[in-house]
Design a protein around this ligand. Sequence first.
Ligand SMILES: [Zn+2]
Length: 263
Amino acid sequence: MSTGWRILIFFLAAACHSASEKQTAGEPVPMPPLVSESKPVGQGREDAVSEEIQAPGQDVGALEKRLLAAGLVDVQAIIPEVRVDLKYASTDNFFGKNVYGSLSRCYMQPEVADMLKIAYLELSDRYPELTFLVYDAVRPQSVQQILWDELDKPDSIKPLYVADPEKGSLHNFGVAVDLTLARKDNGEPLDMGTGYDYFGYPAYPDREEQMLAQGKLRPEQVANRQILRDVMKKGGFTGIGSEWWHFNAYSRKVAGEKFDIVK
Ligand SMILES: [Zn+2]
């Protein structure tokens, strides 16, 4: 996506005071609600804008050491069959910026990895040809802070784009996972109707009936999402209404009681 489009998108997003929309030319701009009704209070748009992220003194080795020191585990150490493609460690994300440097492993709380393993075993049982493709899990508060600071918006509307680092998002606790389903043999992701971090109604689980009726989603795409939701539910995860790829292991309240924010 060109810089021009990105700027236009942010202008449109700011104009309607809503989550921003990954748009292609010619498409009408959906107007999602001010705040997704299904998003837990205090959890804003956690996948957000940044410039090149390389905080002073924060090299990649240091970042990974911090994740390990926080007691987090590499998901592939727990479930070797899972595939990982950290979108925020590449420029293949909504913002076109790498915020994780050369980090390639995906970390999360050990109990969350155990829950994911239960979900994975369910998936393997039902669809032996499929596996998970994990896009993101823990997102340290230091990265969140940089995203927040870099975002050129009034503080009052920043939470629409980035979770307030002071409050923390569930990704900051290492208890949220962004993922999709992929073929085990070649790693090809299943068609979910939109890509990761597509902002707008076609990505909203809450809007699937409407999107189907409008021809913006096909039944097989929703069926693929349903497989993901079913197996994640089996592991104890809860989805949200605005992102088909995002799952929480705990509520914000429980996460705050059980874990510290990963700095
Ligand atoms: Zn997420």
